[in-house]
Design a protein around this ligand. Structure first.
Ligand code: GDP
Ligand code: GDP
Length: 442
């Protein structure tokens, strides 16, 4: 797993400005489809030879309902429980407030590595003033002057973070998942949707003895099993909560648990509670799977509480497809982890998706598809000329990644990208995320 670095601090000190700066692009708002925007409060960052996942805890604890103090405490708690290094941002011009002191107290007690930044120090005279005083009294060590907005002090800050990361583990930032015949399945979802019950049901159903798989024994949240001849590792993210506790009562943090295991999973099984309509948090988890390019199974659990009416199921499915449009390719299954109903189907589909995830499309078929697409859908006009697609090739798996050579790689309209993606899905029956790359002719 990549190390996690959390940005904490009270509202308005500049956390999201710093987040965007470190993430290297403006990530906070991304247009996926017309009318759909999703906040992203996490990003993969790469500095030199070290990669880490950055989390803006401010985004995870939206403050409308809670008092400021409660809000910052929860952020800090999340950071302390889940993250490897904490970047504590304060306002160097405003000075310390009681909310800052509360965060500092929590961080001090935790013993976790902390880097303190005094932000909004946009010029040298600011810095002198702020750093000669109260900030040191927090007892968190050195305070780094920063101007997130003007990118001053950023390299020094990152150096300090890198210095405090745990030693690099083998394979922690490997781009590709190991292709060793083992399918890695992560069970994700909000608290209380039934993740642990589901994992137990799967393990019981198959009467498996969790065997020893090299590299998994360290981590008690993983269970290894053999299912219809496939080697599987099931990861129960609820296990992360059980081991720790407090912060996980806050349901926003289920995204952080999922974030921790997603990089090393082929398939995410997203559990939802049938008795509660799909909420923002379910959408965030689905969005995380899409961002990370992982196969996704959507499971509507606790269906026993709804009944057996087929029409209700169809209505639910349609509503869900609408609210989670951006993962429209993901299969939806209705289960009861409690009674065991359709639990086996979850594993069957997960196995099937894991195989699609590593699918390689035959080149002749790809070429035929390209011809078909060019013939049947008039090329869009870009830069005053028709877009021309010359070649297509599959350049990667997990997720399947296709490169298209064309005359205006930078200007392919989103509509056309979606058309190509849909054609690929239909032709090869792929219900996993796909990636398209557009290239110019050499
Ligand atoms: P957050 O609530 O902690 O995420 O804070 P934001 O990143 O949203 O920033 C709050 C305000 O402070 C915004 O108006 C920013 O433009 C401003 N800000 C952030 N960083 C700096 C900085 O380095 N210098 C100055 N002068 N303003 C900043
Ligand atoms: P987790 O927090 O996602 O791991 O959820 P748990 O597995 O701990 O389940 C939370 C509660 O929901 C427990 O009381 C379970 O017995 C109950 N539960 C889980 N799955 C089902 C189900 O399919 N049907 C019903 N009726 N209850 C369920």
């Amino acid at each position: 797993m990549k190390p996690l670095v959390a940005i904490v601090g009270r509202p308005n000190v500049g956390k999201s400005t710093l987040f965007n700066r470190l993430a290297g692009r403006r990530l906070a708002l991304v247009e996926d489809e017309p009318g759909v925007t999703r906040d992203r409060h996490y990003a993969d960052a790469q500095w030199g030879d070290r990669a880490f996942t950055l989390i803006d805890t401010g985004g995870f604890v939206p403050g409308e309902k809670d008092s400021l103090l409660k809000q910052v405490r929860e952020q800090a708690q999340l950071a302390v429980e889940e993250c490897d290094v904490i970047l504590f941002v304060t306002d160097g011009r405003a000075g310390l407030t009681s909310a800052d002191e509360a965060v500092a107290g929590l961080l001090r007690k935790s013993g976790k590595p902390v880097v303190v930044a005094a932000n909004k120090l946009d010029n040298a005279s600011d810095s002198m003033q702020a750093l000669s005083g109260e900030f040191f009294r927090m007892g968190l060590g050195e305070v780094m002057p920063l101007s997130a907005e003007h990118a001053l002090g950023v390299p020094q800050l990152v150096e300090a973070v890198l210095d405090r990361l745990p030693p690099k583990q083998e394979g922690e930032d490997a781009e590709a998942l190991p292709d060793d015949g083992t399918l890695r399945v992560a069970i994700i979802g909000r608290p209380n949707v039934g993740k642990s019950t589901m994992v137990n049901a799967i393990l019981k159903e198959k009467r498996v003895v969790a065997s020893e798989v090299p590299g998994t024994t360290r981590d008690p949240i993983d269970s290894a099993l053999t299912y219809k001849g496939h080697k599987l590792i099931l990861t129960d993210t609820a296990g992360i909560r059980r081991k720790r506790s407090i912060a996980h009562r806050v349901e926003q943090f289920s995204v952080v648990s999922a974030l921790k295991v997603m990089d090393r999973s082929d398939v995410a099984v997203l559990l939802m509670d049938a008795t509660e309509p799909a909420v923002d948090q379910d959408a965030k988890l689905a969005g995380l799977a899409e961002d990370k390019g992982r196969a996704l199974v959507i499971v509507v659990n606790k269906w026993d509480l709804i009944g057996t009416d087929q029409r209700r199921q169809e209505a639910y499915r349609e509503a869900l497809k609408h609210s989670l449009k951006f993962v429209g390719y993901a299969p939806i299954i209705f289960t009861s982890a409690l009674t065991g109903s359709k639990v086996e189907k979850v594993v069957d589909i997960a196995v099937e998706l894991a195989e699609q995830f590593r699918y390689r499309a035959p080149t002749p078929q790809l070429n035929r598809l390209l011809e078909h697409m060019v013939d049947s859908n008039p090329a869009p006009i870009v830069a005053g000329k028709p877009l021309r697609l010359y070649y297509i090739a599959q350049v990667g798996t997990a997720p399947p990644t296709f490169a298209l050579t064309c005359n205006y790689p930078e200007r392919v309209p989103d509509m056309y990208k979606r058309y190509i993606t849909n054609q690929l899905r239909k032709t090869f029956d792929l219900r996993v995320p796909l990636r398209l790359l557009f290239r110019a002719r050499p």
